[in-house]
Design a protein. Structure first.
Lengths: 451, 451
């Protein structure tokens, strides 16, 4: 949808230029397009055309395109593009992006490319790759502006001018002679300062920083919470290692949300773009939960089996089992989505579970009674007689209240125990309440129908 | 979890200080705490203590706390805090935040407070409130550094020093004499420039901007896509109106994700924090979908009714209906979560639906066959005999493939038609496939069992 604000050539236009070998024109055209958009176009083009365009790009653009492109095209580029050129492109990238790129490659290919990189960059990438995935150490860039407290504003400007490629200048971090992080100053303060003012006189001393082992989700929370543009990363002795910037945090959010949504749908998350995952991976991510839920669902079968004589006597009861299971599952699924999101946003936790539960109880009682009335009417329309209609009408509020209770308590307790609450998916709640819903239904029927 | 990196006083410590009336100590303590954390503490404290602490805060801190605090505390503060002070706090906030705050208040309270604000700020807030909710116009701040192309770097520094409170200095926007946006320069370029170089010589001419009416979701996509720290907002004539910064984009992501997850759970999204929504709102957001899904589920009842003679003859068949419905629903729910996320990330769309469908077919065939084998074994364990076990074993692959197909095609087509695909929830897919799953099951049974 962003295309409405950016003019891009169509795939056909690009293909035509390639076919007519109008490389100069193509070159000029590409120079006006943002690398993220070029990457998108490459994803759409047939692979020879994509390769032809990629070869035309200047190194700085090509490196950004490489970073942004989808994993299928990327795989192709790694196979087809000369190793020397690839290494040059990696040298050009921020080292956190280079590390991310290399980590997705087979080890021997990654080692070969690192071997061809500039020694300094190669060393840095190796150090980044030594940190665990999804930690601050892996996400950070070392291109950070580190100042000394006794520098004047004028000296600092000279230093910044000489800096090669600090990824962010929003915050200038101040370190002591042992590289320990002792302060921070927004660039704004530096601009406002007199040329002879020292950094010490304009810096803030309490800097929020994260250790290199900090989990990416925690980092994202802090950055979003305090509206930071960047957060410094320190080692165990408080030495400044690098900085994680807000654009990385946006990517983390995208990733975490994708994982949460897939888990809530009842599957292990695919940790890659949709088309990049192999068939085997897709099957593996789903089969475990399907089997587990299948086994849980046999409990419902057992309940039906238990009530077989009753059902034999009043087979009409079976008409309502999908309605009762469905309504219980739907009410539970609605609640679990709301509660899990509230847990993620730190609104609901074990400490106020009681308050959340009362609230859900009130809502589910109202919803249950409405559904009961509708169920009663529906049963009468099926000519089941008043007694069966009454059983259905009484069952529905019970089932809605019960499934809402489960959907409120289970994720909150899971979160408190350190289990990611998103593993408590809608399908899981539905399956958990199916058997109990049927049990309530048939028990009420047995009690009320005098069979 | 971010608490691990920040030292905060406990609620008890704060309450003790208030009770002992140690306001000086409290004042000093509060000065060391980030406003976002103070806001959190206020959310936890009893309302008199929260009010006492709020009154102790200096205006700049108090205004940020007001902006960050939960809606329940906020409501209380609006009632208890003097109007004059509230107006002062609003004057201090970035005007986009002030507008957001005022919009949640009853109209007469908002009007009263705007009347008490500084005339200039009041005017700006009124202008922001004139834009639609969730658009660029509403989210932007007008505190933006606008330069002229003929200025030198030295003049620009002087200008920046004189600027009162530009929200971002990452990008300096260049406008012509009619305020039309003509260029942009990263602050970094300005620092690297010679004092007598002109802005024109260092600026880039193609600036990505959004119109004031642009939807917040589009803005978030662009900012995330191009790794921007901010994006300028222009009117219909291309005049620079303001800027939307990346911290607002992070908030948009949080909001949109919350909405998506609630919709996927089968409910209308609550557009407020969990505890801030009233009981009536919660019920209204859920009842529509519950009723609609209930009506759809009566179709399953109709299928069962249709096969009543068959069921009468082989009542054992009913044991498996929850297993079959559950497995179909779960497979559909897994797929819909994956596909909807892929649609949101622009990976799947109508143009490559065929490719996505083939992929899902392959996965669901494998999953279906595995489930069929497991179902066969489970049936034999229940001593149903080979014929019934075979019916179950054959039904499961059909149901899994069918529900996966629905879950792949329906959201993609909805998206193409301009319908938000997240309204196609897991519960909706389950309900849609329930009736057809039962139909497949009983039809196969009828054909194979010779009853």
């Amino acid at each position: 949808m962003e295309e409405s604000f950016v003019n891009l050539p169509t795939i056909e236009e690009l293909e035509a230029l390639i076919q007519k070998r109008k490389f100069d024109e193509l070159h000029q055209l590409l120079a006006t397009i943002h690398p993220a958009d070029i990457a998108d176009l490459l994803d759409e083009l047939p692979s020879e055309s994509a390769l032809a365009i990629f070869e035309l790009l200047a190194i700085p653009t090509a490196s950004e395109v490489l970073d942004e492109t989808g994993s299928l095209v990327r795989q192709e580029l790694v196979e087809k593009v000369d190793d020397e050129r690839l290494a040059d492109l990696l040298d050009e990238l921020p080292m956190d992006d280079a590390a991310e790129f290399l980590e997705d490659l087979p080890d021997e290919v990654a080692d070969r490319l690192i071997g061809l990189m500039e020694p300094e960059e190669a060393e840095e990438v190796r150090e980044l790759l030594a940190y665990e995935e999804e930690t601050a150490g892996r996400l950070m860039t070392r291109d950070v502006a580190a100042l000394r407290r006794h520098w004047t504003a004028a000296e600092t400007f000279d230093h910044l001018r000489a800096l090669d490629d600090a990824e962010t200048l929003n915050y200038l971090y101040v370190v002591d002679r042992e590289d320990k992080l002792i302060g921070v100053t927004p660039l704004r303060n530096l601009i406002l300062a007199q040329p002879d003012q020292t950094i010490e006189s304009i810096m803030a001393r309490d800097v929020v920083s994260v250790p290199a082992a900090a989990d990416q989700e925690e980092i994202a929370e802090i950055v979003a919470r305090y509206d930071f543009f960047a957060i410094p990363v320190v080692d165990d002795d408080g030495r400044l290692l690098g900085v994680v910037t807000v654009d990385d945090v946006l990517d983390i959010f995208q990733e975490e949300v994708t994982e949460d949504i897939q888990r809530l749908g009842g599957s292990e998350p695919l940790d890659q773009p949709y088309f990049a995952a192999s068939l085997g991976q897709v099957v593996r991510k789903r089969i475990g939960w399907l089997l587990l839920l299948f086994l849980a669902a046999t409990l419902s079968g057992a309940v039906i089996r238990h009530f077989q004589p009753l059902i034999d006597a009043a087979i009409i009861l079976t008409i309502f089992t999908p309605l009762i299971n469905g309504t219980g599952g739907n009410a539970g699924s609605q609640t679990v989505a709301t509660i899990i999101r509230a847990i993620t946003l730190n609104e609901v936790r074990l400490g106020n579970l009681w308050r959340a539960w009362r609230r859900e109880m009130a809502a589910s009682l109202i919803l249950g009674v409405v559904m009961g009335v509708v169920g009663f009417a529906r049963a009468l329309l099926w000519n089941t007689g008043y007694d069966i209609a009454l059983v259905v009408a009484l069952t529905l509020p019970f089932v809605v209240v019960w499934s809402t209770t489960i959907a409120t308590i289970v994720p909150t307790v899971a979160d408190h125990l350190g289990i990611d609450p998103t593993v408590i998916s809608g399908p899981m709640i539905s399956t958990l309440v199916d058997a109990s819903g049927l049990f309530i239904y048939f028990s009420l029927a047995q009690a009320m129908l005098n069979l």
